[in-house]
Design a protein around this ligand. Sequence first.
Ligand code: SF4
Length: 230
Amino acid sequence: MKFYSLKKTTLIDYPGRVASIIFTKGCNLRCPFCHNRELVDDGFAIEPIEWGEIFEHLTKRKNVLGGVCISGGEPLLYCDDLKKVIDDIHSLGLRVKIDTNGILCESLKTLDVDYIAMDIKTSIEKYDVLGYKGTDDYKENILKTIDYIITSGVDHEFRTTVVPGIVDIEDIEKICQLIVNSKRYVLSQFRPFNSLDPEFERIKPYPFKILEEMKNIALSLGINCSIRGE
Ligand code: SF4
């Protein structure tokens, strides 16, 4: 299997653990605010890194690392190949976290991961602005994934990047209703740079008091919510 970026050490991508993070290429969404356009847009040629090379790095660093994050793009597009990668990581005594947009629910269920971070981009009815090109039932799959994650017993977090024009207070209320029994909800401030749609680089982020208001909605429902990017 090939990956398209490796960050050897990160203190922020795996909660409570020093980790490496690896990135797959390609995504089944095209969020206009996506910062990973090199990984999502076919027009960028990036040198792949073979899994064997990454495994060598992890083997050398296994005593200082606590885990590996698999991110993208959408890593679940490579679910079959990821099974071996995850087994290899576990063989080093390291934990595995996966980042996903939650569309490929059945694929997620087949993976033996230790932490799932799922992005909920906005309220379900507004997802069509995110450019999904697959079958019509994808919103149902997203809802199924949310339920699966909450009931799976796997450590997890849900995350929303609060992009003006994509997510407002009402959307946060609707998202919170879906994740009442979740372990963690993270609201991330939107950063207007390197976006898939350059128009989004002109969008002014919400003031933090709006994020606080959103956080308070989650807290009022008993959800363990925090803001990232303060
Ligand atoms: S933000 Fe995530 S889900 Fe959206 S296009 Fe980018 S990689 Fe895909």
